[in-house]
Each structure stands twice: as structure tokens, then as C-alpha cells.
Design a protein around this ligand. Structure first.
Ligand code: NAD
Length: 317
């Protein structure tokens, strides 16, 4: 029986993943945790065990793992790309020292560890189209540096200590439950809110900038399916390329216009986030994930747009 600790559980992924895991594995088998209580998450916090855990404090992580007999840690606590450029020191501390603490506790307490990497683990010298699973990774952001180093550290803990480490390289994730935490692909979430509220959106990412994206239900499947995959079939283990679609702001606007014909898009490009986006791939090759553990996303751009707008309409009232 799995006993799962989710770190960063009140973030964009964690707030939906925790609910899904509690449905699949049982409420009391999923321990949600965050650095602090956040307003608006009362329902999630009350739906099962919740602990305050800062992953930079290894002793605290260890105590919670022992207290709840945890055997699986899903480590979502992190600083994302745009915030990481603002606070590189904090980004290194949480993404690297925090991950190291998680892996050390996992080694001592015999836990599986799932840590997402990101398309940010690639850089300007990576082949941008149909980016291979195994390729050049020389990122130029602090976030990207921590993601490549994290991939390597997880590989090391598997090879050296036999810790069952797994993970995917997520593209930009789109969801309606919790707003994104300061990444470069956040425009693709904000655009839906503004489309419903104002019928127009000003994009901070430029017109022709294509990036990989995924709707949250597929991202949750990517976590549960890889976690449950037969280890004998995994050649890569950590850092599988996964994608569901690749689009630029114009393509996203065209999809929204099919539902809201009067929707208008204009641009006020943010040089910091544009510079980050320019170093990321246009589209990933995710064939290794498809072959090794059956990755198969369900939502394309138009299916996602329809569902996002339907769900947000209800949420925004
Ligand atoms: P998020 O920013 O929404 O949530 C992260 C959470 O971690 C926040 O609630 C934050 O308060 C918490 N946190 C920060 N420092 C902490 C610490 N020291 N101890 C405990 N908690 C701490 O991020 P997310 O979008 O949910 O991302 C989760 C993981 O997925 C990250 O590793 C991220 O790099 C990766 N990822 C996300 C995306 C995306 O589009 N959302 C894309 C690629 C990869």
C-alpha cells in the first residue's frame, strides 16, 4: 500500500494532484504538505492529513516521513523559472538543497521519489524542433540549471543507492484550480481568465514563440502512470520528455475565438520571460515516454480550450 507525501501540495500541480491521489489511494494515504497554510486551500487541507514542511529542512522532512510511514515522496516544492531569475539564490537553495534532502530521506527510509523536471532543462544549443529525449542540455537560467542538476542527482541516487527515482520533463501546464506560480508559460493560463472577463488579453510572450504545453488532467496521469509503471520497462526513469501540444499565442487565440468570436489578442512583450522562452524548445519528441510506460495524452488544444472555458465560467460565476 502506498503512503504518499506530497511537498509543495498547495501549488498549481499539487492542489489538483492531492485530490486525485486521495481518490486513487485513499484520503489517509496521501499526506499533503506546504511551507505554510495558504488562503483558499481550506477544502484541500481538510480533506486528509496536512503537515507544514519546508524541504530545505531535512530533519523536518525525515520526521514527517517517519511519523506517517511514508514510502513514496512526490516532490513538487520548487521555485519556477521567472521567479528563479528574480531570486536565483533562493531558487538554487529550494530546488537543489531541498531535492538533496528529499533524496537523502528517501535513501534512509526506503522511499520512491517522483520529481518533475521541465522543458527549462534545455537551452539555446538544444535542437529546438522535435527535441530528442537524450540531447544537449546547457540551460541559461538558474531554474534550468537546477532542473538539469536535479535530473542527474535523481539518476545518481538510483544508480548508486537504488532509490526508485522517477520523473518527467513537464512543458507549460494549463489549469483552472490554482494559478501558476511564476513561470514563463503562465500566459497560456491567464489568457483564458481574461478571455472570459474582458474578451481581450495582452500577451507578455511574443507572437511567434512556440512552446510545448499540456492540460492538467494529462499531467496528473503522467505522474500516476509513471509512478505505477513496471520498473523493468524503464530505460530512462528520470526526466522523460512529455508533451500534449505545441502552440504560439496566435494559435491559442485562434482556438479561443472558436468559442468567443469577439476575443482579441495584443502584445506587450516582457523581455525577461521572452528571453527565457527563446531558449526553450518549440516541440518535444516524447516517444521514449510512449514506448517505456504508455504515455498518451487525451487533450489537444481545442479540447483543452473548451474544457478550460467551461470550468472557468463556473468558477468565476
Ligand atoms: P508552484 O509554484 O505552483 O508550487 C510550488 C509550491 O512549492 C508552492 O506552493 C510553494 O509555496 C511551495 N514551496 C516553495 N518552497 C518550498 C519549500 N522550501 N518547502 C516546501 N514548499 C515550498 O509550482 P508547480 O507548478 O506546482 O510545480 C511543481 C513542480 O513541477 C516543480 O518542480 C516545477 O518545476 C515543475 N514544473 C511545473 C510546470 C508548470 O507549468 N506548472 C512545468 C514544468 C515543471
Amino acid at each position: 500500500m502506498r503512503k504518499i507525501l506530497v511537498t509543495g501540495a498547495l501549488g498549481q500541480i499539487g492542489s489538483e494532484l492531492t485530490t486525485e491521489l486521495r481518490r486513487v489511494y485513499g484520503e489517509n494515504n496521501v499526506i499533503a504538505s506546504g511551507r505554510r497554510i495558504k488562503e483558499g486551500h481550506e477544502k484541500l487541507i481538510e480533506s486528509g492529513p496536512f503537515e507544514i514542511v519546508d524541504i530545505t529542512k531535512g530533519k523536518d522532512v525525515s520526521e514527517i516521513v517517519k511519523k506517517h510511514n511514508v514510502n513514496t515522496i512526490i516532490n513538487l516544492a520548487a521555485i519556477l523559472s521567472a521567479v528563479g531569475e528574480k531570486y536565483p539564490e533562493q531558487c538554487w537553495d529550494i530546488n537543489m538543497n531541498g531535492l538533496y534532502n528529499i533524496l537523502e530521506v528517501a535513501r534512509e527510509e526506503n522511499c520512491m521519489v517522483y520529481t518533475p523536471s521541465s522543458i527549462a532543462a534545455f537551452g539555446p544549443t538544444t535542437p529546438p524542433d522535435n527535441t530528442p529525449q537524450d540531447t544537449i542540455q546547457r540551460p541559461t537560467t538558474m531554474y534550468g540549471v537546477t532542473k538539469v542538476a536535479g535530473e542527474l542527482l535523481c539518476d545518481y541516487y538510483f544508480k548508486r543507492f537504488g532509490v526508485d527515482t522517477r520523473g518527467v520533463r513537464f512543458p507549460g501546464l494549463i489549469s483552472y484550480e490554482t494559478l501558476p506560480g511564476g513561470g514563463t508559460t503562465d500566459y497560456a493560463v491567464h489568457i483564458y481568465y481574461d478571455a472570459l472577463k474582458n474578451k481581450k488579453y495582452t500577451s507578455f510572450i511574443g507572437k511567434d514563440t512556440k512552446m510545448d504545453m499540456m492540460y492538467m488532467p494529462d499531467a496528473l496521469d503522467a505522474i500516476v502512470d509513471l509512478m505505477e509503471a513496471d520498473p523493468a520497462k524503464l530505460i530512462h526513469r528520470n526526466a522523460f520528455n512529455v508533451t500534449a501540444m505545441s502552440f504560439d499565442p496566435e494559435m491559442l487565440a485562434a482556438s479561443i475565438k472558436k468559442v468567443i468570436p469577439e476575443f482579441e489578442l495584443d502584445y506587450e512583450v516582457d523581455p525577461v520571460r521572452q528571453a527565457i522562452a527563446d531558449t526553450w524548445p518549440n516541440s518535444l519528441d516524447d516517444s521514449a515516454a510512449r514506448e517505456e510506460w504508455g504515455w498518451n495524452p487525451k487533450y489537444d488544444l481545442d479540447a483543452m480550450t473548451k474544457d478550460m472555458l467551461d470550468k472557468l465560467k463556473i468558477k468565476l460565476g
